[in-house]
Design a protein around this ligand. Structure first.
Ligand SMILES: [Ca+2]
Ligand SMILES: [Ca+2]
Length: 251
């Protein structure tokens, strides 16, 4: 019976949750939930910044919503080819957690057309209706206040992975103030023609998938995280399914 179950799980492939352990219906960030920010995926490991002490970032990915790779590569973009392989593990300092879990995220007064802004950090990353917030046309941004400075290792963003779309002018910045005036640093920018006016971006456009986009934050210290986008190959709207900000609190 056990062997049969193992075979079934194997056939079901990645994304299939084993029924043996009772799990919450909604996927949650690894070892981090609202009000539980001190818990670490590797709490037993001593705190250190040395590169060789780093541990693989333990991510809880949502179910893939489409099979295969996208065919329609948009013309005139820098979009990456889809490798079809899983992203290699990303290594982070021990004690790295999702500092953004459950925190309020705002869109600078721009009201959502669909959903609510709190969906950005609620831990639900599935490609289903009701799991994303949609803001209106054109260039939009959302800001997350981490509440305190963090040493940031990676930012993960899922705009919407229900179909293999490409979001435009994806820019991710951090700063020391909510207005993004002080100590603004750009971690990612694929706006090659500077439509957003934030500078010419050198990063690539990419297809949304269930893996989300992992942006190396290179252990930058910051409190505020801002993500820009300017519609997608699907339409002019701007969706966010989830944003995770992995880091450690700065003492
Ligand atoms: Ca969500
Ligand atoms: Ca552009």
């Amino acid at each position: 019976m056990k062997a049969l179950l193992a075979l079934l799980l194997l056939l079901a492939g990645p994304g299939f949750a084993a029924p043996a352990k009772a799990k919450p219906a909604k996927p949650t960030v690894s070892a981090t939930t609202t009000g539980d920010r001190g818990v670490s995926a590797s709490a037993e490991t001593p705190r250190s910044s040395a590169a060789d002490d780093r541990v693989p970032l333990d991510l809880k990915l949502p179910k893939p919503a489409f099979i295969g790779t996208p065919r329609n590569v948009p013309a005139g973009t820098t979009v990456e080819k889809v490798s079809g392989k899983l992203r290699p593990p990303f290594r982070v300092p021990p004690g790295t957690v999702n500092l953004a879990a459950g925190l309020p995220a705002g869109a600078g007064g721009s009201e959502p057309l669909v959903g609510e802004a709190k969906l950005i950090t609620d831990g639900d990353k599935e490609a289903t209706d009701g799991s994303y917030v949609e803001f209106g046309r054109g260039l939009k941004s959302v800001t997350i206040d981490l509440g305190a400075n963090g040493e940031l290792a990676a930012i993960l963003v899922w705009h919407y992975h229900g179909d293999p779309r490409v979001y435009h002018d994806v820019v991710v910045q951090v700063a020391d103030d909510p207005d993004f005036i002080t100590n603004v640093r750009t971690l990612y920018n694929n706006d090659a023609d500077n439509t957003a006016g934030l500078g010419v971006g050198r990063d690539r456009e990419y297809f949304e998938t269930y893996e989300g986009r992992l942006i190396d934050a290179k252990l930058v210290k910051a409190r505020y995280v801002k993500l820009w986008s300017n519609g997608s190959t699907a339409d002019e709207m701007n969706r966010y399914t989830e944003v995770e900000v992995y880091g450690r609190p700065v003492k």
